[in-house]
Design a protein around this ligand. Structure first.
Ligand code: NAD
Ligand code: LMR
Ligand code: MG
Length: 552
């Protein structure tokens, strides 16, 4: 093999940082400009280039090509400029990139695996084509519910790539051992089927029996080939997300990020918001708009917290939740066949009354806390926010749908209609708000599962967890809430500053590892011994010693 591959392979390419001697020895001399640069100099140039682009989508494309030409440089750039670049490589820009994925797709890039329903029966052979070393973690989607953007088919690939970039940047997973996968089962979105540049199968999605057979084959093949692989399900449509979790969670080391990761991150923000609100746990009344994978996942996680921290029975805890979907308040007697996951929180104390929309349900419930996971931008109107502010001294309002245009309200609207009293977190980051009267600047929270999934995955990888249990997820949530510093608390933040994400992910991973050991699901003997030695500092430095740091 020609040594020119050293600069063609993104995992070995150093570009202008290649030393002169190495250029001579590897017959690269003359192929690179004369200068020998440091990684820092390269980062400076790339940052200038990113900033010179006129749109975020152009920045996304630039960064995607950089990742495909020099992995070390891309991750150094990302990590050194995390707050600036996360909104480009991840939510919200990744949403636009997915919608246009077939158009911005660079046919020269090799970003992950595409496994199509036509490979049914041969999935193991497709996995054999993965040319790199055994992955530690995969993020896998079927593109059926990408953010709040619907069924994007194969275009959903931007999501596994984006999530894994955060695993690498935020938690320090080695990029060489990550695997983005998109399952191409077709799409039910006509626009994509008719798009001449669409890069996926031009057919509708299969019926459920074929879907589940295929998903079982994929999961079997993945865990047979890579027995320690951690598998993250992402952006599967709601009903499938729950069904796959139920079916596969005790068999593989897997979790669903939209159900469980979101549950953990929102509970964490709420633990801090409940404290700030001054209202005791037992008096909180929580109203959800949206009863899908995220809505029910989040409600379940908070319910379990009420049981554990509020000393309630599961039935008492469940009474604190009201869920609204497209048909109104979810009740047992409203006359439609409820999907299995909705029955968990369906009300039976409504005395035959049905509430058809958010406004009337809000009057009926008088909530302390309003959570949006509905995909519907702007539905928390000024009137709804104002009413929450009348009902509560410190109303808790979390519009969590992604990307930005799907957010149930903006931070500005929440502040303007609550006299700046709102306790707020959104799925996509909003800019700070300056109160015109006082000129005081307020900072919003970002309730996005990116605060927990990197730590959950890292902990599970290092422990070699055979399954990912409910308590491992719950632990990640409490651990995240506990990472808030006194300074962050006094600034009114519900989540730690993004700049501390590495430290935060490390602390979450440590708690996840401890829980895995406690439950006897950790296969890594070294970690079992380390956790049993009860030396926090040693555990943290063990994790740090395993983390990837981009350098030549
Ligand atoms: N912040 C985060 O970390 C995070 C995590 C996961 C999901 N999300 C976001 O949450 C949203 C929902 O995700 P999901 O997985 O639950 O999707 P889903 O498709 O499973 O559920 C959507 C729910 O919203 C309801 N809904 C839709 N339109 C409505 C309307 N007009 N009024 C009332 N209810 C309505 C649907 O009936 C359904 O119950 C997406 O926008 C996604 O991006 C955010
Ligand atoms: O991807 C995100 O930004 C969060 C979440 O997983 C979502 O589906 O919206
Ligand atoms: Mg998601």
């Amino acid at each position: 093999m020609s040594t020119v591959n050293l600069i063609r392979d993104p995992r070995t390419n150093r570009g202008t940082a290649e030393a002169t001697e190495s250029r001579v020895n590897n017959k690269l001399y003359g192929l690179i400009p004369t200068v020998v640069e440091s990684l820092e100099q390269q980062v400076t140039r790339c940052l200038e280039q990113v900033r010179s682009k006129s749109t975020d989508l152009e920045r996304y494309i630039y960064l995607s090509n950089l990742r495909n030409s020099n992995v070390t440089l891309f991750y150094r750039l990302l990590m050194d400029n995390f707050e600036e670049l996360v909104p480009i490589v991840y939510t919200p820009t990744v949403g636009e990139a997915c919608v246009k994925f077939s158009h911005i797709y660079n046919p020269a890039n090799c970003d992950g695996l595409y496994i199509s329903i036509k490979d049914k029966g041969n999935v193991a052979k497709v996995l054999d084509n993965w040319p790199y070393e055994a992955p530690d973690i995969t993020v896998i989607t079927d593109g059926s519910r990408i953010l709040g953007l619907g069924d994007l088919g194969i275009n959903g690939m931007g999501i596994p790539i984006g999530k894994l970039s955060l695993y690498i940047g935020a938690a320090g997973i080695n990029p060489i051992r990550t695997l983005p996968i998109t399952l191409d089962l077709g799409t039910n979105t006509q626009k994509h089927l008719e798009d001449p540049l669409y890069i996926g199968l031009r057919q509708n999605r299969p019926e459920d029996p074929e879907f589940f057979e295929f998903l079982d084959e994929v999961m079997d093949a993945l865990s047979a080939k890579w027995p320690n692989l951690i598998i993250q399900h992402e952006d599967f449509s709601g009903v499938h997300a729950f069904a796959l979790l139920e079916r596969q969670r005790n068999k593989y080391s897997m979790f669903n990020d939209d159900v469980q990761g979101t549950g953990a991150v929102i509970l964490s923000g709420l633990i801090n918001a409940f404290r700030e609100s001054g209202v005791p746990l037992k008096d909180h009344r929580i109203l959800f708009l949206g009863a899908g994978s995220a809505g029910v996942g989040v409600a379940s996680q908070i319910r379990d917290h009420f049981v554990k921290a509020g000393n309630m029975s599961i039935d008492e805890a469940r009474d604190h939740f009201w869920l609204v979907d497209t048909k109104g308040l979810v009740t047992f007697d409203r006359g439609d066949q409820l999907a299995q996951h909705k029955t968990i929180f369906a009300r039976k104390d409504n005395n035959g009354q049905q509430f058809k929309d958010l406004e009337s349900t809000l009057e009926y419930v008088k909530p302390t806390c309003l959570i949006g996971l509905s995909t519907q931008g702007g539905v928390f109107t000024p009137k709804i926010i104002g009413r929450m502010a009348e009902l509560n001294k410190k109303p808790i309002i979390f519009p969590l749908s992604n990307p930005l245009k799907n957010s149930e309200c903006t931070y500005e609207a929440a502040m303007q209609n609550s006299e700046c009293r709102v306790l707020f977190a959104s799925g996509t980051m909003f800019p700070p708000y300056t109160d015109p009267a006082s000129q005081k600047v307020y900072y919003p929270g970002q309730g996005n599962n990116m605060y927990v999934f990197p730590g959950i995955g890292l902990g599970a990888i290092l422990a070699q967890a055979s399954v990912i249990s409910d308590d491992m997820i719950y632990t990640s949530s409490v651990a995240l809430a506990n990472t808030l510093t006194e300074e962050e608390k006094s600034a009114g933040l519900l989540y730690p500053r993004l700049a501390r994400i590495r430290e935060v992910s490390t602390m979450i991973a440590a708690e996840v590892m401890k829980e895995a050991v406690k439950e006897g699901v950790a296969k890594n003997k070294e970690v079992v011994d380390l956790v049993n030695a009860n030396d926090e500092a040693k555990l943290i430095s063990y994790i740090q010693s395993k983390q990837y740091n981009p350098a030549y």
